[in-house]
Design a protein around this ligand. Structure first.
Ligand SMILES: *Cc1c(COP(=O)(O)O)cnc(C)c1O
Length: 378
């Protein structure tokens, strides 16, 4: 198989889905998968077959979710910049709910619903001003972010919505950030959600649904020790600190935590270059294949699948003309040679979906395995 390619361990995906479903079931929570983390049809079909809903952030994601077996009545659709075409597409397919991020957006949805003779079900995405304490590029729930309706604006938006006959307000929605491993952040979200909900209840606004978004983190440093996130601790936190109203359905939108560990980017070493102070392992994969290190300074564990020699330190870099095209600095690897296979771990989320053709490079390929072991070891 030509490198670079994404290698997906479908057995681990299934085990991860088992764990998430098992941990949420006692509470009757409704799980959606955040398609933006990985929109690969093979993975999507596995996930829809388990009865999860889909959380989409574009019209094309809604279309992909429908193609891959998600029922329209399980699809939620978020995003600060939904276009008229995207809204019309989702309305025509009668998706479950638009998660709306501003009043101007709700007005456009209402206009389009009137024109189509439809009723749009919506939830208001509230910016709860809870700091996720994660990288600032993936923090979305504080007031300096573009996401959601600010608390100070919520009453005005709710009043305006009550005047729109073709909008049905189902609930409120949150998503405060990603790669969150500190459960006290989710506890903070629960407490804030309680306040907001009782404020709305006091005004006679009944919310049959509430959606806490996603954001549960994974262990990038020790993927073998922690291949499956602690879904039990995550859902237990919500069950302890948020008591739903009578008959209220609680929703989640998990992305990274479901798919990150099952994906690995496999690349080959093109050259080893001895610098003055550094030694470079130059791969045939670059930031166009995996953007996270360049975009977020993200750490990924890197392994040499071929060599068993004593370790040396390498800067592991790609072929692209950008200094950010670097997967790791001073990485200890067994002495590495041209042709060795390299595994970049924990790439199942926000990996393949962000691949581009920058430098007119080919898009990475994909391999799926039920075996749970890397290709060179098969
Ligand atoms: C990205 C996103 C998610 C998923 O986030 P993860 O950190 O991958 O779990 C869920 N909901 C919304 C609205 C999102 O934008």
């Amino acid at each position: 198989m030509q490198t670079p390619y994404y290698y997906y361990d479908l057995t681990l995906l299934e085990r991860t889905l088992d764990a998430a479903c098992l941990a949420s079931r006692p509470y009757g929570y409704c799980l959606h998968y955040a398609v933006k983390a990985n929109a690969d049809p093979v993975l999507l079909r596995r996930i829809s077959a388990r009865g999860l809903g889909a959380d989409c952030v574009s019209g094309n994601e809604v279309e992909r979710a429908l193609e891959c077996g998600f029922s329209p009545s399980s699809i939620v659709y978020a995003g600060v910049g939904k276009s008229d075409r995207e809204i019309e597409f989702a309305l025509r397919h009668d998706i479950f709910c638009f998660n709306c991020e501003s009043l101007p957006e709700i007005e456009v949805i209402h206009d389009i619903a009137c024109r189509l003779g439809k009723v749009a079900r919506i939830a208001i995405r509230v910016n709860p001003n809870v700091d996720a304490h994660t990288h600032h590029y993936i923090t979305t729930g504080i007031e300096e972010n573009k996401f959601g309706v600010y608390l100070s604006d919520l009453d005005r938006v709710v009043n305006a919505v009550s005047e729109m006959p073709r909008i049905r307000l189902l609930g409120i929605h949150f998503h405060i950030g990603s790669q969150i491993t500190d459960m006290s952040v989710f506890r903070g979200l629960c407490l804030r959600a309680r306040e907001i909900q009782s404020r709305l209840h006091a005004r006679g606004v009944v919310l049959p649904h509430i959606n806490f978004g996603g954001g549960l983190g994974v262990d990038y440093e020790y993927p073998d020790e922690h291949p499956i996130p602690d879904f039990r601790a995550y859902f237990d936190t919500f069950s302890r600190f948020f008591e739903p109203a009578a008959g209220q359905q609680v929703h989640f939108e998990l992305g990274r935590s479901l798919v990150a560990q099952c994906g690995t980017l496999i690349a080959r070493v093109l050259y080893v270059k001895e610098g003055e102070r550094r030694r470079f392992a130059i791969l045939d994969a670059g930031m166009n294949d995996l953007l996270r290190p360049a975009l977020y300074q993200a750490y990924h564990k890197i392994e040499n699948l071929t060599s068993t020699l004593p370790a040396l330190k390498y800067d592991v870099v790609g072929p692209i003309c950008e200094s950010a095209d670097c997967f790791g600095k001073e990485v200890a690897l067994p002495a590495t040679r041209r042709g060795d296979l390299i595994a970049i771990r924990t790439c199942g989320a926000y990996g393949e979906v962000m691949a581009s053709r920058y430098n007119l490079r080919d898009l990475p390929g994909t391999i799926y395995s039920e075996e749970g072991i890397f290709p060179c070891k098969i």
